[in-house]
Write a new protein. Structure first.
Length: 181
């Protein structure tokens, strides 16, 4: 059975994850094959340069790793808000206002924004171990995999690195729960 969550016209079309049936270990195998196919498509490219910390996700990533408790907490709060909004819309926008709402609700097609969000989720999961971030990461990578044919050469390395990180994190969770893949 194919892994259906990284198919279709995402991010234009929103994937519905609610009430997904439990499909067991076969589902994980299909997910793993899907990510293998994405990595094969992206090729053996090295990671591209990440955006500067001036963008919202770079700023959050920097804040998460801050030694300042206040700065780290502010970054976690911003990320929590963005994760909640992403869970509803399945979209990442090019710019956000002070209330973390999109400046332009039609500007969500930039795949680099999804890669930046995924990198931020990886950093947050690394620091906190929270499955909330891993769950959002899975959905974000589904979007990147569904749009793999539109990923430009400059972004392919970053997306491949994100997929490898995502797989490593899922494998670690499976190993902790005695579910080898």
């Amino acid at each position: 059975m194919p892994y259906i969550y990284s198919t279709g016209g995402m991010p234009e079309t929103k994937m519905q994850y609610s009430y997904s049936p439990f499909l067991g270990i076969g589902f994980l195998h299909d997910w793993f094959k899907d990510r293998d196919n994405a990595l094969e498509y992206l090729g053996g490219v090295s990671p591209g340069q990440s955006p500067s910390a001036g963008d919202i996700f770079g700023g959050i990533k920097k804040g998460l790793g801050s030694s300042s408790i206040k700065e780290a907490e502010a970054a976690r709060e911003k990320l929590a808000t963005l994760v909640k909004r992403f869970e509803v819309t399945k979209r990442i926008y090019s710019a956000y206002n002070g209330e973390l709402r999109p400046v332009d609700t039609q500007d969500f097609m930039g795949l680099g924004n999804y890669a930046s969000f995924a990198e931020t989720l990886i950093a947050a999961h690394e620091i906190t171990g929270s499955l909330v971030y891993l769950n959002a990461l899975l959905k974000c990578v589904d979007i990147l995999c569904a749009a793999r044919e539109r990923i430009g050469d400059q972004l392919k390395g970053r997306v491949a690195a994100v997929i490898r990180e995502e797989r490593a994190r899922v494998l670690a969770v499976c190993a902790r729960h005695g579910t080898p893949l």
